[in-house]
Design a binder for this molecule. Structure first.
Ligand code: NAP
Length: 277
């Protein structure tokens, strides 16, 4: 009698030691009593394709993909979901029973789920969203906000050309502001999102003037170390509803876990604690 296979999953990146994903998935596997394992894998760019193609042969049912491989893996997968195509990057691979590799992107989903659960009164149609930053995370945030029905995006980035390039992907619904005028976006914003790494432990502080921030603006920060960034503290002081970035990390992990291990995990205090350990 053959024993059932142990489903394996993991996260591919380089470096990978900082990733919280093994703690999150490991916590769910343990608390749900599921058979399976989730491991960190440090893979150099030159080895990415060979590793991705070998994993299914080793019993892997899927994998998360993180920096610096999120864009490169687009050229390796057989099937790409609409949202991954729109975001232009893949963070979740599924090795299907028919041998095909599917690439998905759950970052935008995770961002929106976190926002909705942290600020249940936020209405996408209430007004435009101001976004600081135009990197990889910004693209997922903007795609998901427009998809949710936000009427427009006000976008500002230190390197203007990066914001212009991102705006050109989404068309006239995105208006770019110079970085020195980023504070002006706040007069009109129903939502403010920081997608830069500013405010993160070990990085410079966000210096955009926040005097224009209004109490009715919902404010969220993708930075989650520290959990309460200076931006969120200032926003709380003004009276804004605020949402920290840890929930995005947790919510983006849910679809992959459910697909690979067959059970939809809950996000609760214990999950947050596991991610912070
Ligand atoms: P990225 O592609 O490297 O983009 C970094 C962004 O930060 C760019 O807009 C960059 O502007 C800006 N920036 C960096 N240093 C700056 C400085 N000194 N002054 C002004 N702007 C600066 O990184 P990413 O993948 O988008 O990630 C951005 C942040 O989001 C990171 O802190 C990451 O940890 C966080 N994140 C969190 C989650 C979550 O689940 N909570 C998910 C994804 C990302 P330039 O273009 O001018 O360099």
């Amino acid at each position: 009698m053959s024993l059932p296979k142990i489903p394996l999953a993991g996260v591919i990146g380089s470096p990978i030691a900082h990733s919280k994903s093994p703690q999150i998935h490991g916590h769910w596997l343990k608390t749900l009593g599921l058979n399976g394992a989730y491991i960190p894998m440090d893979v150099a760019p030159k080895d990415l394709e060979q590793v991705v193609r070998t994993l299914p042969k080793m019993g892997f049912v899927g994998a998360n993909v993180t920096i610096p491989h999120k864009e490169a893996v687009l050229d390796i997968v057989d099937i790409i979901t609409d949202r991954a195509a729109m975001i232009g990057a893949v963070n979740t691979l599924t090795f299907r029973a028919d041998g095909k590799i599917q690439g998905d992107n759950t970052d935008g989903y995770g961002f929106l789920e976190n926002l909705r659960s942290g600020a249940p009164d936020w209405d996408p149609k209430a007004g435009p969203a101001a976004v600081f930053g135009a990197g990889g995370a910004a693209r997922a945030v903007i795609a998901s906000l427009l998809d949710a029905g936000v009427p427009g995006i006000l976008l500002s980035n230190r390197t203007r050309v990066r914001a212009d390039n991102l705006a050109s992907v989404f068309g006239s619904r995105v208006t770019v502001y110079d970085w020195v005028k980023a504070g002006n976006m706040l007069d009109h914003a129903a939502l403010l999102v920081n997608t830069t790494s500013l405010g993160m432990l070990g990085k410079p502080e966000l210096r955009v003037p926040l005097d224009g921030l209004r109490a009715q603006t919902v404010v969220t920060d993708l930075v989650y170390a520290p959990l309460k960034t200076n931006l969120l503290q200032t926003a709380e002081h003004v009276g804004c509803a605020t949402v920290d970035g840890l929930g995005m990390l947790l919510h983006q992990a849910v679809p992959g876990f459910e697909r690979w291990f067959g059970t939809r995990p809950e996000i609760d205090r214990a999950t947050r604690a596991a991610a912070l350990r």
